[in-house]
Design a protein around this ligand. Structure first.
Ligand SMILES: N[C@@H](CCC(=O)N[C@@H](CS)C(=O)NCC(=O)O)C(=O)O
Length: 213
């Protein structure tokens, strides 16, 4: 049995939840509340599992693994069906590139600890913080939309769900949560709608998680 340490609103944990449901893998959800009590990610007991104090962390037997992209690739190798990476080096590289555009270049700029630092230490106003948030999503989505024109079929790369879709949908959830307008990104919206109709994405949705409040 896999154990996934996550939080309902964490988009990085959301990626891994979709991967587990997509592959039909049972997992125990352990909630790490990112806000309550100073943030449970900072508690020493969790720091033993994840010294970076971020979610998700996956435990599979003796393996304790952080970083959602590494976790998804691990799951894909350990539990290959259905695959999250397509056949062939070109398509696989495209999936990894799109995934990193979201997970490495966009998401970290708007992470909770960054937003807290902006308001706490740097004393930026709420309006400035919102402008920051919108700016980085818009920057990422503009590039992504152009890339999807080259790679997409029904999903981000071709006609099957891949790791890139598992990164896209949680990032769109974040954008919607912070009211970033998405009218200029028809492909992003269409692919997200197609994904959301699938059971794995439905089951992994933040509002469906036991710690949702
Ligand atoms: N690159 C990491 C990012 C993990 C991450 O930033 N997680 C966020 C939630 S989406 C978190 O734990 N934030 C807590 C904080 O900022 O204090 C991954 O993909 O797993």
């Amino acid at each position: 049995m896999l154990t996934l340490y996550g939080y309902w609103r964490s988009s990085a944990a959301y990626r891994v939840r979709i991967a587990c449901h997509h592959k039909g893998l049972a997992f125990e959800h352990r909630s790490v509340h990112l806000v309550r009590d100073g943030g449970e990610q900072h508690h020493p007991a969790y720091g033993v599992l994840n010294p970076n104090h971020l979610v998700p962390t996956l435990v599979d037997g003796d393996l304790i693994l952080n970083q959602s992209l590494a976790i998804m690739e691990y799951l894909d190798e350990a539990y290959p069906e259905p695959a999250l990476l397509p056949e062939g080096p070109v398509a696989r590289a495209k999936v990894r590139a799109l995934s990193q555009n979201i997970a490495s270049d966009c998401h970290p700029l708007n992470n909770l600890r960054v937003l807290k630092y902006l308001s706490g230490e740097l004393k930026v106003s709420e309006a400035q913080k919102t402008a920051w948030y919108h700016h980085w999503i818009k920057t990422a989505f503009e590039g992504l939309e152009l890339q999807l024109e080259q790679t997409a079929g029904d999903f981000c790369v071709g006609d099957e769900v891949t790791m890139a879709d598992l990164c896209l949908v949680p990032q769109v959830y974040n954008a919607e949560r912070f009211k970033v307008p998405l009218d200029e990104y028809p492909l992003i919206r269409a692919i997200t709608a197609r994904c959301r109709a699938l059971s794995a994405f439905e089951q992994a949705a933040p509002e469906r998680q036991p710690d949702a409040s």
